[in-house]
Design a protein around this ligand. Structure first.
Ligand code: PHE
Length: 356
């Protein structure tokens, strides 16, 4: 027993690595290991000798086992020390350059628009993109038979016969948020609502999903003059140059009177330059909120009046950043995004100058 013990403890102590140690373990304690074989031989012994030899063999096996463990741990520590001494990392080195994503021009323009209107006291309101036909049409004085309902190329949500829920549409404009805001905030009110809208239309200047920003201001004595001032302030801040507007009489069921608004521009050399020349470009619809719409929003038209407008975000993004094709906004083409996108830290704010 003593010779066995001395032999294996010695071999364990001199094992230079994990593999050598494993060899020692197999030789002693493996299935065909020397100690295992001896233990198997116990069966053929006299009972007394078997008890004594068995106990001694068990003790020897335990001792070798713990010596193996201790040596394994020591080898592991030594290996770690060697790695620590050998491998190292300079954490002060600059990181490897990595392509960063960019902010989509529509997101950037939405933030620019928000910053400018916030400076004029407008809060941001939101509403659902799946809207009931009441909010999208009826409450805005567009009854069921009204041609505007057909003109808007509306996407209707599927409805099983007998479905008790009101018909729902993908909102065709941001105007339903006017009603929702009147309901929740009452008057006076000053909000804008930037968001996605949907119409079943697709060509070079139309995409089934596009973006609008709605504006709504109600107070006791607001007029078209206030509307014109707000819009000219907005366009001048947004384009970074004084921009004239032209109001053309128009018709919307939810405003009376109604006006389509053009901004001044030149078309020289195939490019559009806003704020110069004697051309005009239509950018929004607007007017004084119709009394019926105020009533639908729970607001007394004898006490309150104001203006509303709806502007195409994609359109004004194209104008400011010289983006020629509306459809490219929705292609998710990485080269396009890298070219027209903005750095994440390039946050629009009036004090930094919204026009970059
Ligand atoms: N909702 C109208 C449209 O999508 C725009 C608009 C909004 C007109 C508010 C007047 C007042 O065309």
């Amino acid at each position: 027993m003593d010779a066995l013990k001395a032999k294996y403890l010695d071999r364990i102590a001199s094992a230079a690595d994990e593999a050598a140690l494993e060899e020692v373990r197999l030789a002693a304690l493996g299935k065909k290991g020397e100690i295992s074989l001896r233990m198997r031989g116990l069966g053929g012994m006299e009972p007394e000798a078997r008890a004594a030899t068995g106990a001694a063999l068990n003790a020897l096996r335990d001792e070798i086992d713990s010596a193996l463990r201790a040596r394994r741990a020591a080898l592991g520590d030594a290996a770690l020390d060697a790695r620590l001494a050998d491998e190292w990392l300079d954490v002060t080195l600059p990181a490897r350059p990595r392509r960063q994503g960019t902010i989509h021009p529509i997101s950037q323009v939405r933030d620019e628009v928000t910053a400018i209107f916030a400076d004029m006291g407008f809060a941001v309101a939101e509403g659902p993109e799946i809207e009931s036909d009441w909010y999208n049409f009826d409450a805005l004085n567009i009854p069921g038979h009204h041609p505007a309902r057909a003109e808007m190329d509306t996407f209707y949500m599927h409805r099983d016969p007998g479905d008790p829920r009101p018909p729902a549409v993908l909102r065709t404009h941001t105007s339903p948020v006017q009603i929702r805001s009147m309901e929740t905030q009452g008057a006076p009110i000053r909000i804008i609502c930037p968001g996605r809208v949907y119409r079943a239309d697709y060509d070079q200047t139309h995409t089934p999903n596009f973006h609008q920003v709605e504006g709504l201001a109600l107070d006791r004595s607001l007029t078209m003059a206030n509307l014109k001032w707000v819009l000219e302030e907005f366009f001048s801040a947004y384009f970074g140059t004084r921009v004239k507007t032209r109001f053309r009489a128009s018709h919307f069921p939810f405003t009376e009177p109604s006006a389509e608004v053009d901004i001044q521009c030149s078309f020289e050399g195939g490019a559009v330059h806003v704020g110069e020349g004697d051309g005009w470009l239509e950018v929004l619809g607007s007017g004084m909120v119709h009394p019926k719409v105020l009533r639908a929003g729970g607001i007394d038209p004898h006490e309150w009046q104001g203006f509303a407008f709806g502007m195409g975000i994609d359109r004004i993004a194209m104008l400011k950043y010289g983006i020629p094709d509306l459809r490219s906004f929705f292609d998710s083409d990485l080269r396009w995004l890298r070219h027209y996108g903005f750095a994440a830290l390039d946050m629009p704010a009036l004090h930094t100058g919204v026009a970059r």
